[in-house]
Design a binder for this molecule. Structure first.
Ligand SMILES: C[S@@+](CC[C@H](N)C(=O)[O-])C[C@H]1O[C@@H](n2cnc3c(N)ncnc32)[C@H](O)[C@@H]1O
Ligand code: SF4
Ligand code: SF4
Length: 300
């Protein structure tokens, strides 16, 4: 299924010897939060994108991923993974295929029962996107939830899953937020918080020429891509808009470079410089994951 045939010059393949790497397989396209700094939260995506991956499509995506250079697969992209009723089964299949599995959640649907299943299935990293949760739930509920997740991680995995809380500084300062958090019983200052300044992601909805060269991007250099929950292949985590989509995995048995060659959106992308996590966490084995493997009690 080729789209947007006109008006594009295919990007040159970085290296023929390097395999194509499927770094993300989106469990769910839909979301239940309304973050102002995310295209999904801003309502820029149509209802046709509210898809949930099927188990058949997941298996196909995992087969296509098996020749890549990554050791880990992320399960989020445009939506909230915990909305998938079979998230634990998805994680189990990814782990059985030999990949570590990471996801990011807004915490809204990450109830203790669901988290228990996900930890038992073998998730290796949960990023808890706290500022997203705040768009729907108050601090008390979110902080108690984090407390419960940490407790379950201790009981079920000997702290074998890495937990990170991340918080977007979107018009607020870190000091003001810290002061608010510290007033709540369940806030624990020993939890690692990653503060981030959101980039203007919604601005990528339209392709604007800002003179960015796609060859500087880690996604390009690693020949990495993402598979959305309907099977569409896109060139990176920022293409929620399917600008780059030329192929659906239902129609292919291997991913060729042509599927990743539409890089028109890259010319407007100023955030590719922040993409070194690709190799640090998912392509090279990070020290934190080696350490976690030494204590993790999870077995297949
Ligand atoms: C798009 S979300 C999808 C998964 C899930 N819904 C969530 O929010 O955790 C994935 C990650 O993107 C990050 N993110 C969202 N908007 C961002 C922005 N404008 N700039 C940088 N990171 C952003 C979030 O912190 C989150 O960890
Ligand atoms: S950042 Fe995550 S939680 Fe927020 S709207 Fe986007 S997909 Fe939903
Ligand atoms: S849109 Fe940005 S992050 Fe995505 S592949 Fe292009 S340059 Fe890289």
């Amino acid at each position: 299924m080729n789209k947007n045939i006109d008006n594009f010059v295919p990007a040159e393949e970085p290296s023929k010897d390097q395999p194509i790497t499927v770094l993300m397989i989106e469990a769910v396209g839909k979301c239940n939060a309304i973050c102002g700094y995310c295209p999904r939260g801003q309502g820029l995506l149509g209802p046709e994108t509210n898809t949930y991956i099927t188990m058949d499509l997941l298996d196909k995506a995992l087969d296509l991923a098996s020749s890549g250079s990554n050791h880990a697969i992320y399960l989020h992209h445009r939506g909230e993974p915990f909305l998938h009723p079979k998230l634990d089964e998805i994680i189990r299949r990814v782990r059985e295929k030999g990949f570590y599995t990471f996801l990011s959640t807004n915490l809204i649907s990450a109830t203790p029962d669901k988290v228990k299943k996900v930890l038992t299935a073998g998730i290796n990293q949960i990023e808890m996107h706290y500022s997203a949760g705040l768009t729907r739930l108050p601090h008390e509920v979110l902080l108690k939830r984090i407390h419960e997740i940490r407790k379950l991680n201790w009981e079920l995995r000997n702290f074998g899953c890495r937990l990170e809380m991340n918080f977007s500084l979107f018009g607020e300062t870190r000091e003001i937020i810290m002061e608010e958090l510290s007033r709540h019983t369940y806030y624990d200052e020993t939890l690692y918080v990653r503060w981030f300044e959101p980039h203007d992601w919604p601005s990528l909805e339209k392709i604007i020429d800002r003179g960015v060269d796609y060859r500087d991007c880690h996604w390009y250099k690693h020949k990495a891509c993402a598979i959305l929950s309907n099977g569409d292949i896109v060139i990176c985590c920022l293409d929620q808009f399917s600008h780059s989509c030329r192929t659906n995995i239902k129609d292919i048995d291997r991913i060729d470079w042509e599927s990743l060659a539409d890089r028109r959106m890259c010319q407007g992308c100023t955030q590719h410089v922040e993409m070194n996590w690709l190799e640090e966490d998912a392509i090279d084995m990070p020290l934190w994951l080696t350490r976690k493997q030494e204590i993790d009690t999870w077995t297949a």
